[in-house]
Design a protein around this ligand. Structure first.
Ligand code: CAA
Length: 379
């Protein structure tokens, strides 16, 4: 097995690292504190090709592989997990699905602008009563001939207020259960569509999350993705890929925490020596480094599976399950190594610890990943 990255993959990794250090690091504490959406930073990410990395150049994308995407996600997430969740949703849940299943007209109209960051996208599956239990969609898309009449509420939508295009999951034929679900492309500004107030979150505070409210929104039939009733499969497929992106985000939070803790442990002295010379700290660093390497291997395995067109539902879920726990553990330990300094904002690790938690919740909780993994094992 070849564990070497290609020159192109290394170049993407270096570009993402440079961008994160030079453009994201300086303002990240302020954006977190004031829940400020990173509009300028996202615009630059679009210009640099980070928002449509895996899309074909024909539609303005980077034509890159999933391994490169994972490497870039890790580097951006080390510094600013708010930017990386915006990047992840746009790449995995919106652009990837549109390229794979959208019509040529949909790709020309939406994808070409989503890949460059001219506009950003959102994916709307969760509802007040349908989170993990995703088949229980209460939002309805009633078939009215040449349009669907969309009614309902979506919750916890990343890029909720800032997106221009939303892929909305809704029930058309309740008697068919999940086989009666469709995904519709909804544009901001369509009559009857409103966004709710921005949520005040524990972490990833720079990204905007809100509810979406649909009241008799007329969505043209041309905006449906795939055949009638394909919506749930579409959602499951984009989420399976999205989990690789969130696994890489969690990996970045873990490795960012570790790098800060390692640096601090060499600088901070206690009992006459740098704290890195105390075994209590060495054991923590050893555990962090080992788990981070294991998480990275799982992320790259899942990405390699996707690139080789192998099934990646299980490897992606495993990567997300393990990397998100690693993010949580490593960021808690990074705070512990920093002692009191870890508890204040200037040292960054308290933010990484708060950001880590969501990686165990969104795009399927850790418990959902275990359901996906065990079903694959047992089938
Ligand atoms: N690819 C294609 N099809 C798939 C699939 C996949 N990876 N996984 C499931 N399916 C299909 C199944 O084959 C089945 O189709 P058929 O009946 O036609 O064979 C259909 O989907 C239903 O599957 P299940 O019977 O397994 O469905 P279930 O109700 O038991 O639920 C679940 C499965 C894994 C729990 C699923 O509901 C799930 O993933 N829930 C979590 C949802 C989630 O991740 N929400 C996050 C919201 S998005 C988000 O967080 C984005 C953000 O803002 C960052």
């Amino acid at each position: 097995m070849d564990f070497q990255l290609t020159e192109e993959q290394l170049a993407v990794q270096a570009a993402a690292r440079d961008f994160a250090q030079s453009e994201l690091w300086a303002g990240v504490i302020e954006r977190d504190e004031h829940q400020k959406f990173p509009a300028e930073q996202i615009k630059k990410m679009g210009e640099l090709g980070f928002l449509g990395m895996m899309v074909s150049p024909e539609y303005g994308g980077g034509g890159m592989d999933t391994v490169s995407y994972v490497l870039a996600m890790e580097e951006i997430s080390k510094v600013d997990a708010s930017c990386s969740v915006i990047m992840s949703v746009n790449n995995s849940l919106v652009c990837w699905g549109l390229e794979k299943y959208g019509t040529e007209e949909q790709k020309q109209k939406y994808l070409t602008r989503l890949t460059t960051g001219e506009i950003i996208g959102a994916f709307a599956l969760s509802e007040p009563e349908a989170g993990s239990d995703a088949t229980s969609q209460q939002t309805t898309a009633e078939d009215k001939g040449d349009y669907y009449l969309l009614n309902g509420t979506k919750n916890w939508i990343t890029n909720g207020t800032t997106a221009s295009v939303y892929l909305v999951v809704a029930q058309t034929n309740p008697e068919l259960k999940h086989r009666g679900i469709n995904v519709l492309i909804v544009e901001k500004g369509m009559e009857g569509f409103q966004t709710g107030p921005k949520e005040n979150k524990l972490g990833i505070r720079g990204s905007d999350t809100c509810s979406l409210l649909f009241n008799d929104v007329k969505v043209p039939k041309a905006n449906r993705i795939g055949e009638d009733g394909f919506g749930f499969k579409f959602a499951m497929q984009v989420l399976a890929g999205g989990r690789i992106g969130i696994a890489a985000q969690a990996l970045g939070i873990a490795s960012g925490s570790y790098e800060l803790a390692l640096k601090y442990s060499k600088e901070r002295k206690a009992f006459g020596v740098p704290i890195s010379q105390h075994q209590a700290i060495q054991f923590k660093l050893a555990d962090m480094a080992t788990n981070i390497d294991a998480a990275r291997l799982l992320c790259l395995q899942a990405a390699a599976d996707k690139d080789a067109h192998r099934d990646y539902a299980k490897s992606g879920a495993m990567a997300k399950l393990f990397a998100s726990k690693t993010a949580m553990d490593a960021s808690v330990e990074a705070v512990q190594i920093h002692g009191g300094y870890g508890f204040v904002k200037e040292y960054h690790v308290e933010r990484l610890m708060r950001d880590a938690k969501i990686t165990q919740i969104y795009e399927g909780t850790s418990e959902i990943q275990k359901i996906v993994i065990s079903r694959e094992i047992l089938k």
